[in-house]
Structures are given as structure tokens and as C-alpha cells.
Design a protein around this ligand. Sequence first.
Ligand code: ARG
Length: 267
Amino acid sequence: MKRILALVLTVIMGAALLTGCGSGGASSGGNAEQSTKEAAADIKTVTDGVLTMATNAYFPPYEYYEGSEIVGIDAEIAKAVADKLGLELQIQDMEFDSIITAVQTGKADMGLAGMTVTEERLKNINFSDSYATGIQAIVVKEDSDITGPDDLKGKKIGVQLSTTGDIYACGDFGEENVEKYNKGNDAILALASDKVDAVIIDNEPAKSYVAATKGLKVLDTEYVQEEYAACISKDNEALLTAVNGALAELKADGTLQAILDKYIQAD
Ligand code: ARG
């Protein structure tokens, strides 16, 4: 009986909360939406009416190919942001290493690529507010004796070129021990064929690669925690403001979380 009462109370409170949020959210959302639209009116993009996103589409679940289409968390977030700003989304696939330059030199409006905010990158480019957290994970063979970062000393480490995995691995274990690959999955294949002893790569792609490759595992130990954000040229403050406005709305109305939940299963 107590349980039923508790359940009824929970439902009533839940409903009250929901309606409370609903009306409050609608009015504040209304103002926010208006200012996002106003900000959008001022923005200049590489091609009029289009938001051009640079990415490296070999990074599931953030960006990957389904047939000839690029899908994933970043593709959906970018689409939602573009919709808010009244722009059409176009995605350009390139090497991860080229994304920041493409944005800096006006070939793309923003980079969205599971890209980590770092002090070094901030010298060259602006980052939006963060939309997700990432973890640099260590992938090894199932029978490996490597159990955490301390065991990586003197081992050959595979990374994707110019990623934070590359930067941290070189800093902590010496450039001479780091093998750099253009695609994350190439580093994973090198591990599977014993060319390297471990791969340092973002946790979610690590999980997808490992699921698709026999005999590998992701270690539980987190190597580094990070924040993902969109990179935007330092010359385009208006776009930065507009993207941050759109992201704030997508956070407030639950869209962002729904996109993340669609692709990332809770452990
Ligand atoms: N988070 C890492 C970084 O910013 C790796 C991102 C790689 N992304 C990609 N789409 N390949 O350096």
C-alpha cells in the first residue's frame, strides 16, 4: 500500500515538475530563441544560407558514414544548430589534422569532430561552449599485460594524428614511441596486427572499434578527461555567439541530451 502511495505521489510530483518546466521553459525559451534568431541575422557564413561543417567522419558514434551519408552525434547536433539559425547544413569530410586550418582559412564555418578544447588550440581558434565530455581511453589486446597508463612506458603506442591522444602520448611517453595514423581505425587495425602495443583514443570511438574488431579491449582506467566543442574562426565572433545561443537552447529543451542518449548507451 505504501509503495502504491509512493508511486502515485511520484507520478503527481513528476507531472507537476513537467508542467512547471514546460511553461517556464516555454517563456524563457521564447526569449532565448528570439535572441538566437537576432544573433543569426548578423552571421556571415562561407556560403550564404549554409552552415559548412568540417569533420573527420571516421569517429563513431560522433561522425561516421552510413552509406554515403555522414551521421552521428555531431552531424545531428550541427543539423539542430543549423535549423535554429535558419541555415542549411553541409558537411565536409577531411583529415582531422586539416579541420582547424579549414575553419581558419574560411573553407568551413565550424569544425565539429569530437574535438577537444585545449589551451594550444585556443591560441588559433575559438571554441563554442562544450556540448559533451570525452575520455582518452587505452585500447589493448585482450591478453595484454598493460593494465593502465603506467604500463605504457617503453611500449609502442598508436594514435590518430594530431588528436589529443597523439599530443598526450608524445608528451608522456616520447614521440619515438608513438605511431601516428590518419584515421583512428587505422591505429586500431595496427594494434590488431601487433604493429603497436596499445592505442590511445577517445572512449566512445574506442568502444565502437573494439566491438567491430576481434581480440581487443578498452581498459577501465581513464587516461585523460576532456570537453568537446565546436571550433569557429576567431574572425567570426557573431557565429560563435549564435552557435552558443543555439546550443544553450538545445541543452535547455533536452534535444542535446536526447541526441547523446540515442548514440551512447549508459554503461
Ligand atoms: N578528441 C580528440 C581531439 O580533439 C580526437 C578527435 C578526433 N575526431 C575525429 N572526428 N576524428 O583531438
